[in-house]
Design a protein around this ligand. Structure first.
Ligand SMILES: Nc1nc2c(ncn2[C@@H]2O[C@H](COP(=O)(O)OP(=O)(O)OP(=O)(O)O)[C@@H](O)[C@H]2O)c(=O)[nH]1
Ligand SMILES: [Zn+2]
Length: 354
C-alpha cells in the first residue's frame, strides 16, 4: 500500500480502517467526513479539506459525520469504510425510518447536572444508545459547585454496572482534563444532554474557545435570542489532538435496534431474570421471581424494573415498525420492477409483431 496514512492518524485513522484497504485502493484518497450537507459532504484528508459528491448509487443521507470514506480524484466518494461505531435512531416524526446521526464516535459524554435535570430514565436511554452504537459512555455531572454531588454520583453509578462517572464544575480550568482521562489523543467524542446542563460551557473548555480558540464562532450561529445553537452536524478539533462531533439530532432519541444496548445497560436485571423460576417470567408477582425478591429485599429499585420494561417495549415497537416499513418498501420496489418488466416485455412483443 503506497498510501501514506501517517498524516491521517490525527483525524482518528487507525488500523481498523487501514485493514479495510486493498492494493486497488492505492489510487483513492481516504478522508473523514466533517460535515454532511444537502448535496455534498465536506471531508478532511491528508491533502487538506475536500468537498465531495456521492456516486449515483449512493445518497448523501447514507453518510454521517465522522465516517471514513475513500474518494476518487478528490471530488467523489467511492466507498464508505466499515464503521467502528454508529449512532442511529428512529427518525423524528411519524416517518418509520432509521436515521444515521454520527459514525466512528469513540466516547459519548452523557451530560447532566447535579440538580433537577438528573433523570434516571433519560440517562438510561442515552446509555442504551451509547451501548447499541458501540461507543464508550462516560457520565458527566456538571454544576458540582452548586450542590453536593455525592448523592448524584451514587445515583449515576446505579444506572449501569461499571459506569464511569465524573462530577465537575464546567467553568473550572481543569474541567477538560477530567474528560481527557477518558478520551485519548486521536479519538472522537460527542456530548449528549438536555439544554442548559453545560454542554456549550464544556465544549468551550474542550476546544480552547475560552482562550480565543479558533472554533466556536464558525460552528455556532446566534439565534434571534442571542443564544448559541448548534445548527449542523460537525466534526471539529478539540485540544491536544482530540475530536468532537457536535450534532443537534441527539436530543430527541427514539431507540431502534437497541436490544443489545438494553442488555448492556440493564445487565444486572437480565442476570437476575435468568434466576426467575419461569423462563418467561414477567416479574409481576409470579412465584419464584428473582427480580421481585430483589425488590422486596431493597437490593433493586422497583422503578428501575419499570424503566427497563418501558425501554424494551419502546425499542421492540420502533424496531418492528421500521423493519415492517422497510420490507413494505422492498415489496413495493419488487412490484414496481415486475410491472416495469412486464410493460417492457409487452412493448417488445408489440415490436416483434409489427
Ligand atoms: N455554576 C455552574 N454553572 C454552570 C456549569 N455548567 C454550566 N453552567 C451554566 O449553566 C448555563 C447553561 O450552560 P450551557 O453551557 O449554555 O448549557 P448547554 O447544555 O450548552 O445548553 P444548550 O446550548 O441550550 O444545549 C450557563 O449559564 C452556564 O454558565 C457548572 O458546572 N457550574
Ligand atoms: Zn421474574
Amino acid at each position: 500500500m503506497s498510501l501514506n496514512t501517517n498524516d491521517l492518524t490525527r483525524y482518528g485513522w487507525t488500523d481498523f480502517f487501514a485493514d479495510q484497504l486493498t492494493d486497488d485502493d492505492a489510487v483513492l484518497v481516504p478522508a473523514r467526513i466533517s460535515e454532511v450537507r444537502r448535496d455534498v459532504v465536506l471531508a478532511l484528508s491528508a491533502q487538506g479539506p475536500l468537498e465531495l459528491i456521492t456516486p449515483p448509487d449512493m445518497s448523501v443521507a447514507e453518510l454521517a459525520v465522522g465516517d471514513w470514506v475513500l474518494a476518487r480524484s478528490e471530488n467523489r466518494v467511492e466507498r464508505v469504510l466499515e464503521r467502528r461505531s454508529r449512532i442511529n435512531r428512529r427518525a423524528a416524526g411519524h416517518d418509520a425510518r432509521s436515521q444515521l446521526i454520527a459514525a466512528n464516535v469513540d466516547v459519548l459524554f452523557i451530560t447532566t447536572s447535579c440538580n433537577a435535570d438528573f433523570n434516571a430514565a433519560r440517562l438510561e436511554r442515552y446509555l442504551v444508545m451509547a451501548a447499541s452504537a458501540g461507543c464508550t459512555p462516560v457520565l458527566v455531572l456538571t454544576k458540582a459547585d452548586l450542590e453536593d454531588p455525592a448523592p448524584y454520583i451514587a445515583q449515576a453509578q446505579a444506572l449501569q454496572p461499571g459506569l464511569a462517572v465524573i462530577a465537575l464544575n464546567a467553568h473550572e480550568s481543569d474541567a477538560a482534563t477530567a474528560l481527557f482521562d477518558h478520551w485519548q489523543e486521536g479519538q472522537t467524542a460527542a456530548l449528549l444532554g438536555s439544554s442548559g446542563v453545560g454542554k456549550s460551557t464544556l465544549t468551550n473548555a474542550l476546544t480552547g474557545a475560552d482562550d480565543g480558540g479558533p472554533l466556536t464562532a464558525a460552528i455556532r450561529e446566534d439565534d434571534a435570542k442571542g443564544r448559541h445553537t448548534t445548527t449542523t452536524r460537525n466534526l471539529y478539533p478539540a485540544l491536544h489532538g482530540r475530536w468532537i462531533i457536535d450534532t443537534p439530532g441527539m436530543r430527541e432519541l427514539q431507540l431502534l435496534d437497541a436490544q443489545d444496548g438494553i442488555g448492556a445497560v440493564f445487565s444486572d436485571l437480565e442476570e437476575l431474570a435468568t434466576q426467575c423460576k419461569f423462563r418467561n417470567c414477567s416479574h409481576a408477582g409470579e412465584p419464584g421471581c428473582a427480580i421481585g425478591a430483589a425488590i422486596a429485599s431493597g437490593e433493586l429499585d422497583a422503578d428501575r424494573l419499570s424503566r427497563w420494561q418501558k425501554l424494551s417495549e419502546e425499542d421492540a415497537l420502533n424496531t418492528e415498525t421500521v423493519h415492517e416499513a422497510r420490507s413494505r418498501g422492498k415489496a413495493t420496489t419488487r412490484y414496481q420492477r415486475r410491472t416495469q418488466e412486464e410493460a417492457a416485455s409487452r412493448k417488445g412483443k408489440h415490436k416483434k409483431k409489427r
